[in-house]
Design a protein around this ligand. Structure first.
Ligand code: NAI
Length: 277
């Protein structure tokens, strides 16, 4: 894709799922990639995958909820490759289904700290470097839950609506400085987040009736399709009738960073099989 080759990208949450595929895609396009995650072991596996395929990657341990940690991540990019041209701020968590009145203070603060504050800490560290260089492009990972409400996932949905607003506002601030800032809103995608949610490993406290409804959806989808075990209720409202591959998110990120998207800023692109239509 135009404009990625030879430049440097940082990807957070790159140890697995969407972030791993985004990092691999940047490397395939010829970019140097800083593979950043809190999970050190899996993060190194992403670096190995990229290097085995002939790409350039380096590793950075980061906790996106901690500004100092994020500053060190950006330093890794500049110290190793001499620039920071693209950022995919993608790390995020989902703590499982919980009714509005059942979410604990700790759950609320954790999800906001990683999913929303974590996007701000990244942009806060990345933007001054891009400004000094004279340009750059940032893509933040929001979610379908950042565009519409989702019962049982209100803290997650609030954090992702926040990402959409933060993306718009930051884009306006930096539009005249040749730095484009966009977001993607993935629909249900085959990653650890989906499998953890639907296998019930998250803390669940939504009302019994709602859970029965979900179980019916699960069974309905299980009958309709024989796929991976996470390939179930989350796809019930997807017009394309399938769950996404993480590579499909990586393609959208690469496009938004490329010069093909040179007049696009402040937007959140749904990559959702038509779910938000
Ligand atoms: P994933 O669980 O495979 O990847 C998330 C990564 O973030 C993990 O590698 C994890 O170690 C890392 N991470 C968690 N907390 C961190 C922290 N404090 N600092 C640095 N890294 C941290 O899940 P997935 O699906 O790839 O998630 C990526 C993003 O996509 C998240 O922001 C998620 O909310 C979003 N998303 C995912 C959807 C899906 O269906 N999989 C749908 C919509 C949005």
């Amino acid at each position: 894709m135009n404009g990625l080759d030879g430049n440097t990208a940082v990807v957070t949450g790159a140890a697995s799922g969407i972030g791993r595929e985004s990092a691999r895609r940047f490397a395939e396009e010829g970019a140097n990639v800083v593979v950043a995650d809190i999970d050190v072991t899996a993060d190194r596996e992403t670096v190995d995958l990229i290097e085995d395929a002939g790409g350039n990657a380096t590793f950075a341990e980061v906790d996106v909820s901690d500004s100092k940690s994020v500053e060190r991540m950006v330093d890794v990019a500049v110290d190793t490759y001499g620039s920071l041209d693209f950022a995919h701020n993608n790390a995020g968590i989902l703590t499982g289904f919980s009714g509005v009145t059942d979410i604990t203070d700790e759950q609320w603060e954790r999800i906001i700290a990683i999913n929303l504050k974590g996007i701000w800490t990244c942009m806060k560290a990345e933007l001054p470097v891009m400004e000094r260089q004279g340009g750059g492009a940032i893509v933040n990972t929001a979610s379908e839950a950042g565009l519409v409400g989702m019962g049982g996932l209100s803290s997650y949905s609030a954090s992702k609506h926040g990402v959409v607003g933060l993306t718009k506002s930051a884009a306006l601030e930096y539009a005249s400085r040749d730095i484009r800032i966009n977001a993607i809103a993935p629909g249900p995608t085959k990653t650890n987040i989906q499998s953890g949610l639907l296998s019930g490993t998250g803390e669940s406290s939504i009302p019994l009736l709602n859970r029965i409804g979900m179980a019916v959806d699960l069974v309905r989808m299980a009958i309709r399709t024989i796929r991976a075990d996470y390939d179930t209720s989350a796809m019930r409202d997807v017009p394309m009738d399938r769950i996404a591959e993480p590579e499909e998110m990586a393609g959208a990120v690469a496009f938004l960073c490329s010069s093909d998207a040179s007049y696009i800023t402040g937007h959140t692109l749904p990559v959702d099989g038509g779910q938000a239509v």
